[in-house]
Each structure stands twice: as structure tokens, then as C-alpha cells.
Design a protein around this ligand. Structure first.
Ligand code: OSB
Ligand code: MG
Length: 368
């Protein structure tokens, strides 16, 4: 393929309800889409991070600069644009996995559309639908939390994840377990809010039969997570600390985690995400697909990935209605607790032009 044009479309979409985590509260999805035009096909992707670097070091305005000044010039210079050539061409720009993932995914979408192949087929998916979990934010009170969980269970979600932080952990977990019973698949996510000094406190969560505790300690501190895992029965799952397949291999070897959260954006894209899946699956370590409150443009390719054989736990791949009153693609709808894996070529969806126009704040060409 030959790169002809790359357009960046900044969007701002209201969330149906504020989403509070240990690192902040979000009320809108404020990010950008990339639209890549080549001589044979067009592709779309969504940047996964936020305007402020709170979940990870990347952020919307920084990613735009990195794309414009460093990543796009390198890939525009490629004699043949293929998705396989992208990561090697971008390797001299350190880090910036989420920006690289956005570019790689839009090119992947275009390339697969030029072959008429669905992403799920390309990645090696073995399922036509994937079970859906839901990530429930921190609330002002336990009764409010119980109402939310009850509503999600009534909608059919098959697994509940509670966001936790110091002061909002044992009590909400106990209340949810008591109210909904031992059969509920329940897990928690601390987004790095604790330290090893909290190990005895976190051990109290062992009483509630959790599937896992996600990223309890500092990002990238595999040693501390291994120390913590030795003191907990609850399996530790890493999110923020895993940036590539090599990190994942190290974390598994060190027993820093017993479960792996894969977010394609966090690891530089779907090619590396598949390698992480392969490494974890080969070790018998369960993998699941995380989320970043994506619109349909980011959700569609995550569903394709989540259909790989090693994704043995439900992901944070919830229906569009969990996030938005109106999605910018045809909405993903929950059916019997599952979401369908897209089957159309590429990522399988496109923005609805009218809706996209209404949610667009700004757009410009990053490359012509
Ligand atoms: O840590 O998994 C996380 C959302 C934004 C940033 C980080 C995380 C999350 C979620 C929600 O937990 C996942 C989703 O429903 O998309
Ligand atoms: Mg997480």
C-alpha cells in the first residue's frame, strides 16, 4: 500500500455516568480517531488514552505531536506500507505504545479491508461471540454500588469488576459478595493505588473468592508484585505494568502475576497483543481483554482479539450502552451476556458520518 493521507479527528462524547477510579473521574470520552487513507483502502482507529496522563504517561495532545513529528514521517518513508513493517519502522521512537497502536491499527484496518479479511480471522479467533464483563467505578456509597451491580447483572453481564482504592475495598467487596452470592464472578482493580505496606490489608480480600486483583501496586514494579503475590491467595493480574511480550514473560517467570490483562493499545497494537496472548497461553496463564472506555471504533478490534483461544476469562468489553447513550458506530449490544465478534473486513465497523460530525471538536490532516 501507499500512504496518501492521515486525518486526526478529535471527539468528545458524554459518558452515561461518571466513571471514577483511584486515579480520577471521567465524565466524557475525550480522544481522537485516526483515519488513514491509502491507495487501496481506508482504515480507522481510536487513541485509547485521555487528555491527562493519569492512567498512563501518554495523553491526547502529546500523542498527536508524536504521530505528526516522529511516527508518520517514518512510515511515510517506507517503500511498501504493510502492517508488519510498521513496528520495526517506529522502534527508534521510544515508548509511546498507545500512539503507535493507534497508527498500527488504522493501517491494519486498511490492509485487511484491501484483502477483504476480518481482523478476527487474521488474528486467529476461534469464537463468534465473547462473554462480557463490566467494570464498575467507585461510588459515594455502598447502596449506590449495589444498585449499579444489580442493574448490570440484570442486563446479563457475566462478570463484575469493582474499582477499589484505600478506603473503598474490603467493605464494598464484602457487600457485593453477600448480596449477590458466591457464584458471582467478581474481581477488583486498584490501578496502582496500594503499596507493599498494605499487604496485610489486601490479604483480607482473600476471604471473598475473587477471580483476581488487578494492578494493586506501582506500575512496572514486577518485584513488588511478586512479593505481594507470595502473601495473597487472590491471583494478581497485571495491567499497567505490562507493555510487551517480553515484560509478560518476565512477570510470569517471576510469579509477579497469575493472570494477564491485555489491552492492545497499552502494548503497541494487535500484533504485540497477540504475542502476549501466545506467551501467556503457552504458560497456562489466563488472559483477558481490558478496556479503556472505547467507542465502537476501539471496541470492535478488541472483540476480535478477545475471541482468541487463550482469552479464557470475560473481558471489560462491555456493550456500547454501558458507556454512551449514542455510540459513533452501530452500537454493540449485549445478548445473553455476550457481544458478537465483528465479521466484516478489517475492524468491521466505521463511524456513522452524522454522529461523528456531531461529536467532532476538531479535525485536521496530520499527513498529506
Ligand atoms: O484499569 O482497566 C483499567 C478504564 C480506563 C482506564 C483504565 C481502566 C479502565 C477500566 C474500564 O477499568 C474498562 C472498560 O470498561 O473499558
Ligand atoms: Mg486495569
Amino acid at each position: 500500500m501507499k500512504l496518501e493521507r492521515v486525518e486526526i479527528v478529535h471527539v468528545e462524547i458524554p459518558l452515561v455516568t461518571p466513571f471514577r477510579t483511584s486515579f480520577g473521574t471521567m465524565t466524557t470520552k475525550d480522544t481522537f480517531l485516526l483515519h488513514v487513507v491509502t491507495d487501496t483502502a481506508e482504515g480507522w482507529s481510536e487513541f485509547a488514552a485521555d487528555p491527562e496522563p493519569r492512567y498512563c504517561s501518554e495523553f491526547v495532545a502529546g500523542a498527536e505531536l508524536v504521530l505528526r513529528d516522529f511516527l508518520l514521517p517514518r512510515i511515510a518513508a517506507l517503500p511498501q506500507l504493510t502492517v508488519a513493517a510498521l513496528a520495526p519502522a517506529m522502534v527508534k521512537t521510544k515508548g509511546h505504545e498507545l500512539a503507535k497502536a493507534a497508527l498500527e491499527t488504522a493501517v491494519l484496518d486498511a490492509e485487511l479491508r484491501s484483502y477483504g479479511m476480518a481482523l478476527a480471522t487474521y488474528l486467529g479467533a476461534v469464537r463468534e461471540r465473547v462473554p462480557a464483563g463490566v467494570s464498575v467505578g467507585i461510588k459515594d456509597s455502598v447502596p449506590e454500588l449495589l444498585d449499579d451491580v444489580e442493574r448490570y447483572l440484570a442486563e446479563g453481564y457475566v462478570r463484575i469488576k469493582l474499582k477499589i482504592e484505600p478506603g473503598w475495598d474490603v467493605e464494598p467487596v464484602r457487600a457485593v459478595r453477600e448480596r449477590f452470592g458466591d457464584a458471582l464472578s467478581l474481581q477488583v482493580d486498584a490501578n496502582t493505588a496500594y503499596t507493599l505496606a498494605d499487604a496485610e490489608h489486601l490479604r483480607r480480600l482473600d476471604a471473598f473468592g475473587l477471580l483476581l486483583i488487578e494492578e494493586p501496586l506501582d506500575e512496572n514494579n514486577l518485584y513488588a508484585h511478586a512479593q505481594l503475590q507470595r502473601r495473597l491467595q487472590t491471583p494478581v493480574c497485571l495491567d499497567e505494568s505490562l507493555h510487551n511480550a517480553r515484560d509478560t514473560a518476565s512477570a510470569i517467570a517471576m510469579e509477579a502475576c497469575r493472570v494477564v490483562n491485555v489491552k492492545p493499545a497499552r502494548v503497541g497494537g494487535y500484533l504485540e497483543a497477540r504475542r502476549i496472548h501466545d506467551v501467556a497461553h503457552a504458560h497456562g496463564v489466563p488472559v483477558w481483554c481490558g478496556g479503556m472506555l472505547e467507542t465502537g471504533i476501539g471496541r470492535a478490534p478488541n472483540l476480535a482479539l478477545a475471541a482468541l483461544p487463550g482469552f479464557t476469562l470475560p473481558g471489560d468489553t462491555s456493550a456500547s450502552s454501558r458507556y454512551f447513550a449514542e455510540d459513533i458506530t452501530e452500537p454493540f449490544v449485549l445478548k445473553d451476556g455476550h457481544l458478537p465478534v465483528p465479521t466484516a473486513p478489517g475492524i468491521g465497523v466505521e463511524p456513522l458520518p452524522d454522529v461523528l460530525r456531531r461529536f467532532t471538536r476538531e479535525k485536521r490532516d496530520l499527513y498529506v
